[in-house]
Design a protein around this ligand. Structure first.
Ligand code: LAN
Length: 764
């Protein structure tokens, strides 16, 4: 069958009219060692017309842009979460995808599971990038893109017109019916989301009398005006010049010059908190503020319910819209803020100057250590602003940083969004790797498997940061990052997973001896990372061991997130580390063996200690109890519990069985994370079902009937090509903000189906 015919016949593709597709086809994803950048390839009709950026102002070019914008209109009402169709359909074209011919039908469930897994991997292979990873949408949060738009405006570095147009379309698509925007794509409207999109849309050229803008303004006014925006918003508005720094509580830049042993020193915070504090502190120290252009003056009048010069800024410091407020300020923070505000009035000029110099040096180093990608989406654009301020638009410092903005932009059928990281490449690839190997399908898809291994090999972090303590960095050589090695921040569970999966692949029989390039010595470095990162409580946190006592959390001034100040021990990270250590021990008994044994014992005890009374574990990084209970069970089994006799595992299974839904699936609402208690979703969800099934099968649950019903649910959700539909968003951070994992709808059901087939004695 010719590709075009296949594409026309497909369920997902024929929903997209050819007009839309013509505009989508102007975009192609370039990947290199995991770096993913969307490139606009102008159609022939534009090649002569648009040679420089200013040519986009020509009427025909504008006409093209508006038509392209329309091709990315997306109806959020029926499904807020897009299905990553631009990338997926593009890949299907590129790889000349042909679905597998239907296998003879069978009434045996294990046969059905086997062919569904095979079909699913055949489809998923078409999405694998040539460098071995799976690129994908990592959007969800709505407070990121406006940050980039604001910084691009302030640094007079406009985002090129086709990109900017689709950023606009994305934000318009994500508007809620009441006129506001949530903290994330599925959330109810908040002041932070609404004011930031409002400002960003206006900066990108949306007129104030457009219906969407007028509606948004009404929402802002009805909820008190932009003076009620949470602190991070107050920061962005201040640098832009549409909020007065007088209305911003001091964040004491000089705290960076305090002795490092103090628990309040930022070096002790969770890396995301400290790396965001750093540029914020720099901007606050300089009261950095953009030029007051006509547009900025307009915004000043649009955002408030009173004239701009009558806003009570002192009061505004502590005004927060209740719809946003997740973590109210503690008494301790209020007291600290009063003292810091007092100091701000009299601050020592020389100390401020040396602090500012220190901060910019630290940020330059962060650029050096991360190929200017930086730790995450927030500090990345803020650092760019600081580089612009300190060194100017033409400086290498600014340019190297701003070139990497594009690493964070992602295009889907709902427009151009900003990812929550520079991608989730490693993480997605690792799970695909494990799922593929579960039932032995790596033998049927050897080139996919070999590419995966090459990717794992390439992506291990191979260098240490010189003089790392000066930059508050822990060891990193031997680790794996969540996205790419360039990003350079290793994570406990990514490291453990990378090590475990590499070992599994080296023993799988698909690699020739000379292809097994990851040496024992390199894996020993991973062990060094894992052992160095274990917490005293026996668990593992995300990027570093916990560095300060729990009371520091009371200083959380980011009202919209919970538990942001410290890196805590997490169920998921601990389980992954246990699995990694055990895998290493089973292959190499002669490296740091007694320490590994002790670490496993302590980790096992920690996992047991945080199991809830009902048998569940609460997840921190995906939704939610089903996710972490799967990790809990796997972690206990890996660390030596016998599923047949372990009471903890028995209770965990009972929990999972108690929440199975009528249709055989499991469905958990993201409110579970927000409320920290199990909240059911009205519909079964593919990912929750897959986690529950993986857990029950790992635990050897005797309830075959429940497992069969779950498998049937998964089978019923797969389409003829082997893909699965996108449902509710599946990831989370800091309890309150959800984030997309576009691979989960494929990888986890395929993994569960493969495990089912394997346990039924079905050989692929
Ligand atoms: C992530 C993504 C990956 C995730 C796992 C590896 C899955 C997890 O097991 C450990 C925690 C980690 C590394 C994680 C932490 C928080 C992140 C970095 C994110 C969810 C991606 C985006 C988020 C980051 C904090 C977003 C920026 C927002 C701020 C509040 C700074």
């Amino acid at each position: 069958m010719p590709v075009s015919e296949v594409v026309e016949n497909s369920k997902i593709l024929n929903k997209i009219d050819s007009q839309k597709r013509a505009y989508w086809d102007c975009w192609t994803l370039e990947t290199r060692r995991g770096r993913q950048v969307w490139k606009f390839i102008p159609p022939d009709s534009l090649k002569e017309l648009v040679k420089t950026e200013s040519d986009w102002q020509k009427p025909e070019a504008q006409d093209f842009l508006l038509k392209m914008k329309a091709a990315f209109e997306y109806d959020k009402k029926s499904q807020p979460h897009s299905a990553d169709l631009v990338f997926r359909t593009g890949s299907l074209y590129k790889t000349n995808f042909n679905p597998l011919p239907e296998e003879p039908s069978s009434d045996q469930l294990n046969d059905q599971a086997t062919s569904a897994a095979r079909k699913g991997f055949h489809f998923y292979q078409a999405l694998q990038a040539p460098d071995g990873n799976w690129p994908g949408d990592y959007g969800g949060p709505l407070f990121l893109l406006p940050g980039m738009v604001i910084v691009s405006h302030l640094s007079q570095t406009p985002i090129s017109a086709p990109y900017a147009m689709l950023c606009r379309q994305y934000m318009l698509n994500m508007q809620n019916e009441d006129g506001g925007w949530g903290l994330h794509i599925e959330g109810a409207s908040t002041m932070l989301g609404t004011v930031l999109q409002y400002v960003a849309l206006r900066l990108l050229g949306e007129k104030k009398n457009e219906p969407a803008i007028e509606k948004a303004k009404m929402w802002i006014h009805a909820n008190g005006g932009a003076n009620y925006i949470p602190s991070w918003g107050k920061f962005y508005l201040s640098v832009l010049g549409v909020y007065d720094w007088k209305g911003y509580n001091s964040i004491l830049p000089e705290i960076w010059k305090f002795p490092k042993w103090l628990p309040i020193h930022p070096a002790k915070y969770w890396c995301h908190a400290r790396m965001v504090h750093m540029p914020m502190a720099y901007c606050f120290a300089h009261k950095l503020k953009g030029e007051e252009t006509a547009l900025i003056k307009e915004l000043q009048t649009e955002l408030y319910t009173t004239p701009y010069n009558e806003v009570n800024w002192k009061k505004a410091r502590n005004q927060f819209c209740l719809k946003d407020l997740y973590t109210p300020h503690s008494g301790l923070l209020k007291l600290a803020t009063r003292i810091m505000n007092m100091y701000e009035k009299i601050h020592l000029k020389s100390w401020r100057k040396s602090t500012s110099k220190f901060l910019i040096e630290q940020m330059k180093q962060e650029n050096t250590h991360t190929f200017s990608i930086n730790l995450g989406p927030v500090n990345h654009v803020m650092n760019a602003l600081c580089m612009y301020h300190a060194y100017g638009k033409e400086s290498m410092e600014f340019k190297e940083n701003s070139e990497r903005w594009f690493d964070y932009l992602w295009l889907a059928e709902d427009g151009m969004k900003m990812n929550g990281y520079n991608g989730s490449q490693f993480w997605d690839t690792n799970f695909a790797a494990l799922a593929l190997m579960e039932g032995g399908l790596d033998k049927e898809f050897p080139s996919m498997a070999k590419n995966i291994y090459r990717w794992l090999d390439d992506q291990q972090i191979k260098t240490e940061i010189p003089n790392r303590k000066k930059y508050d960095r822990s060891i990193r050589k031997g680790g794996w990052a969540f996205s790419t090695f360039e990003q350079g921040w290793p994570i406990t569970d990514c490291t453990a997973e990378g090590m475990k999966t590499s070992i599994k692949y080296m023993h799988s029989g698909i690699l020739k001896e000379e292809e097994k390039t990851i040496s024992k010595e390199r894996l020993q470095y991973s062990i060094n990372v894992l052992l160095a990162y274990q917490n005293k409580d026996g668990g593992w946190a995300s990027y570093e061991p916990t560095r300060a006592p729990k009371w520091i959390e009371k200083l959380n001034a980011a009202e919209v997130f919970g538990d942001i100040m410290l890196d805590y021990s997490y169920a998921e990270c601990t389980s992954a580390c246990l699995q990694g250590l055990v895998k290493f021990r089973s292959e190499y008994a002669d490296y740091r063996a007694s320490e590994i044994n002790a670490a496993i014992k302590k980790g096992n005890e920690f996992l047991k200690s945080i199991q809830r009374m009902d048998g569940s574990w609460m997840g921190s990084w995906a939704i939610c109890f089903t996710y972490a209970t799967w990790f809990g069970i796997e972690g206990l089994i890996a660390s030596g519990e016998d599923p047949a006799s372990s009471l903890e595992i028995k209770k965990a299974c009972e929990f999972l069985l108690s929440i199975q839904k009528e249709d055989g699936g499991w469905g958990e609402h993201y409110e579970s994370c927000v409320q920290k208690k199990y909240v059911e979703h009205p519909q079964s969800q593919i990912t929750n079902t897959a986690w529950a099934l993986l857990a029950l099968m790992a635990a050897g649950s005797s309830n075959k009937e429940a497992i069969d019903r779950g498998i049937k649910y998964l089978l019923s959700m797969q389409d003829a090509w082997g893909d699965f539909p996108q449902q509710q968003i599946s990831g989370v951070f800091n309890f309150n903000c959800m984030i997309t994992y576009t691979s989960y709808r494929n990888v986890f059901p395929l993994w569960a189906l493969s495990r089912y087939a394997k346990l039924s004695g079905q050989a692929f």
